[in-house]
Write a protein that binds this ligand. Structure first.
Ligand code: GDP
Length: 310
């Protein structure tokens, strides 16, 4: 992961090694290499500009000129600034004071939402919670079925509309009452969680291949209906800085509270990871790193920065 960025940053630092004092030319050369490394990693241009600006400013300042080992001090600064653009502190789920905590997932089709729903449910269960998965993605023919399979693997109950039923409240069996209207399914799912004492509800919603008004409206309607404690925007990290435009559209349309980077295992460059926090102002909360339910981790900005620099 991010191998090229890692190599490029190491080579940028190499020129500073062993120097007792850094000249302006040394700092400029290092800043230029860092800039090129980030651009090659597909980091969004404004993020690169701001990042390199901060590095240059700090590298020219007192903390480096007074340091016994200036090269080491520059690496420390880059590390701190990387942690900064990755979000600083680890952002954990904000649980509702009164259960159930409602977590809604949003994102484009194929981003990895349904897979993430299963991973998150499994992880929450492991933490001692009792999650309920709600299948409110009624767009893709197979989505409900896919969530049921994922739920079964995670050992977590799935609330889903009954196949073939025609509308909300049409008298189906308990737990399978709604279909057709995803907003109603989401609402019924949360009611079901309350009834059956699940303390977390994860609502999977529909995606489209591209951002469109209908998708945003539906996601926003679901949001209004279930008042989630967290809205997690799931984005495929492999699309690089294109993720930025998609994220901005979702930030405006659904106003998510956190980001999940999915398919980080296939992301060789790191552009999405390094851009998305700065551009959206929303924290990256989780990373999805493979197709198995266990390929999932809480996102720690400091650990990610270390992985990039070590
Ligand atoms: P959704 O349309 O957003 O619900 O996306 P899915 O959960 O159906 O995922 C789309 C495809 O990406 C599936 O083939 C998943 O197996 C795959 N996928 C999901 N998450 C990851 C991940 O973290 N890494 C990899 N390599 N594949 C993933």
């Amino acid at each position: 992961m991010f191998d090229s960025l890692q190599d490029r940053l190491q080579s940028a630092f190499k020129n500073l090694r062993g120097k007792g004092r850094l000249s302006e030319a040394d700092i400029d050369a290092t800043a230029r290499e860092i800039r090129l490394a980030l651009l090659d990693a597909d980091v969004a241009v404004p993020v690169v500009r701001a990042f390199v600006g901060r590095i240059k400013e700090r590298a020219s300042g007192e903390e480096v000129s007074a340091a016994l080992n200036p090269a080491q001090q520059v690496i420390k600064i880059v590390n701190e600034e990387l942690i900064g653009i990755l979000g600083g502190e680890t952002r954990r789920i904000r649980f509702a004071k009164t259960p159930p905590t409602v977590i809604m997932l949003a994102g484009l089709q194929g981003a990895g939402k349904t897979t993430l729903a299963g991973k998150l449910a499994r992880w929450l269960k492991e933490q001692g919670n009792s999650p309920l998965l709600v299948a409110a993605d009624l767009q893709r023919p197979n989505a409900v079925n896919q969530l049921q399979v994922v739920g079964e693997r995670a050992g977590v109950t799935v609330f889903a509309p009954e196949p073939g039923s025609t509308g909300a409240g049409d008298g189906g069996t308990e737990g399978t009452r709604s279909s057709g209207d995803p907003v109603q399914v989401a609402r019924d799912g949360v009611a079901e969680a309350r009834r059956s004492l699940h303390d977390v509800v994860i609502v999977d919603t529909a995606g489209r291949l591209g951002v469109d008004a209908e998708l945003m409206q539906q996601a926003s309607d679901i949001r209004d209906a279930v008042q989630p404690d967290e809205v997690l925007f799931v984005i495929d990290a492999m699309i690089g800085q294109d993720a930025v435009q998609v994220a901005q559209a979702f930030a405006e349309g659904v106003d998510f509270t956190g980001v999940v980077l999915s398919k980080l295992d296939g992301d060789a460059r790191g552009g999405a990871a390094l851009s998305i926090r700065e551009v959206t102002g929303r924290p990256i909360m989780f990373a999805s790193t493979g197709e198995q339910l266990t390929d999932f981790e809480v996102f720690h900005p400091d650990r990610m920065a270390s992985r990039i620099l070590d």
